[in-house]
Design a protein around this ligand. Structure first.
Ligand code: GDP
Ligand code: GDP
Length: 454
């Protein structure tokens, strides 16, 4: 009897709050030692031990989910990044540039006890050029005495310097309130699809062949940007025409500019990769087929999945493969990619151009899945049959019933399932597998969340 009422309630629920917008991105930038990591820890409530990271140790993450005053956002942390003292100035600027391009708003940290340095001034110029909202943090103001130092930072021309002590928590609430006010409610990246060519990121760890592939596909067919109407251009992106179809290859400047190996280069590469992924709709992850897969390769793939972008995996340097090694390699690859069996895979050689023409069809398939919406009627017909044939396992004499499901959003597809009780992770994976088999979501991550209604 109650089912109809439950369904009504479920549908109402959805209308209220279920279409998730991409979280806006706040990047924290500034010179080394100004207190960025300390501030990040304070914002995250020390959930992540960022400051304790040893110098030179590769960090897994550059961004963290965060929340302030009920607002959720993504925090990009550039702290703890070890720089070469010799090249310090240009490094800071380079790093800041990447973080700025990734962000919807920037929290710029200056050490008030030191005052504005030439490097700070350089970052200010980058910030101005970006046009992004900026909140200026005058850090290390541990007491009233330091407030005059903070006030002198008005000279940077970035508006009010917020005098805080990241270490003691002094006034950090006011700073975050200001940052939230500066942050748009929704990220400019991802989610909504602007008109114009689709955005593709070419990512992978150093030396897998990104620049070779870029040259191969962008080489002769570079287009003049002004030819395509209605496109605003980020200087680091490149418009490439492949078989007559234009694509934005995002952050190609990062590929073309060789990042030299210094300590911290891993982190830098990771940040750059994250920036490219966030800007893209689909990421092509290049893997070097001539050497065993590394943790770094897996991490890049996870970054794409976590960001909710469409994914294509390209095994490069296939020309180096002996034909007798291939069957073995195929088995290895299947094992390595067990988490993302849904991603289209192409074997290519960026050097010879072999099979690079297979990239575009895979990219298009992945984007098609990423955009796909299953009508609620079809979805529930599918789910009804599935549940009838394979009910959720009985636990403690009770059986959770699945009532209804709907696709709350696309890019990537997100589903919400309403049930009368807890749905086990294994059963959720089973639903995902069947959804993929039935509707063919090749190349896109999909998310399933469960709402329990008593
Ligand atoms: P990062 O390199 O910008 O990430 O800087 P860290 O967060 O690692 O901080 C550098 C040093 O400054 C550490 O020794 C911190 O304890 C110290 N520090 C950070 N914030 C403050 C602050 O508000 N007041 C004082 N006195 N020291 C701070
Ligand atoms: P990136 O760091 O990812 O941009 O990698 P590069 O494009 O600079 O390539 C790294 C090295 O691998 C260079 O020496 C390339 O010539 C080589 N390379 C790239 N693609 C291929 C390929 O398909 N086959 C072979 N044999 N070598 C390749």
């Amino acid at each position: 009897e109650g089912d109809a009422a439950l369904l009504d309630a479920a549908e109402e629920d959805l209308e209220l709050d279920d279409v998730e917008a991409p979280r806006p991105v706040l990047a924290i930038i500034g010179r080394p030692n100004v207190g960025k990591s300390t501030l990040v820890n304070r914002i995250l409530g020390r959930r992540e031990a960022v400051v304790e990271d040893k110098p030179g140790v590769t960090r897994d993450r550059v961004s963290y989910p965060a929340e302030w005053a009920g607002r959720e956002f993504t925090l990009v942390d550039t702290g703890g990044w070890e720089v070469d003292v010799a090249g310090i100035e240009s490094k800071v600027a380079e790093q800041a540039e990447v973080a700025i391009s990734l962000a919807d708003a920037v929290l710029f940290v200056v050490d008030a006890t030191v005052g504005a340095t030439a490097t700070d001034e350089r970052v200010v110029r980058l910030l101005r050029a970006s046009g992004k909202p900026v909140v200026l943090c005058a850090n290390k103001v541990d007491g009233r005495a330091g407030e005059a130092d903070a006030a002198s930072l008005w000279s940077l021309g970035l508006g009010e310097p917020y005098a805080v002590s990241a270490l003691h928590g002094r006034s950090t609430g006011d700073l975050l309130d200001a940052a939230m006010a500066a942050l748009p409610t929704e990220s400019a990246h991802g989610g909504l699809r602007p008109s114009g060519p689709r955005r593709v990121a070419l990512v992978g760890r150093p030396n897998v062949g990104k620049s070779s592939l870029l040259n191969k596909i962008a080489g002769a067919e570079r287009v003049v940007v002004h030819d395509v109407a209605g496109t605003t251009r980020d200087p680091v992106d490149e418009l490439v025409e492949i078989k007559g179809v234009p694509y934005w290859l995002v952050d190609t400047a990062g590929i073309r500019r060789r990042v030299h190996q210094t300590s911290g280069a891993d982190f830098y590469a990771s940040l750059r990769t994250q920036a490219a992924i966030e800007k893209a709709e689909v990421a092509v992850v290049l893997v070097d087929a001539s050497v065993p897969m590394t943790e770094q390769d897996t991490r890049v793939i996870s970054q794409v999945v976590d960001a909710g972008r469409a994914l294509v995996i390209a095994y490069n340097k296939w020309d180096l493969m002996d034909s007798d090694r291939r069957p073995f390699l195929e088995r290895e690859i299947e094992k390595d990619l067990v988490q993302v069996t849904w991603a289209p895979r192409v074997n290519v050689s960026a050097q010879t151009g072999w099979h690079t023409d297979r990239l575009v069809p895979s990219i298009e398939r992945a984007l098609g899945s990423w955009d796909k919406r299953i009508p609620t009627g079809r979805l529930n017909a599918f789910l009804g049959e599935l549940v009838a044939a394979h009910p959720h396992p009985l636990r403690g004499g009770k059986q959770a019933r699945i009532l209804f499901a709907t696709q709350a959003s696309t890019r990537p597809p997100r589903f919400v399932v309403f049930a009368t009780g807890f749905i086990e992770a294994g059963y959720r994976r089973f639903i995902e597998r069947r959804l993929r088999e039935t509707f063919g979501f090749e190349g896109t991550p999909i998310e399933i969340s469960v709402r329990v209604r008593e």
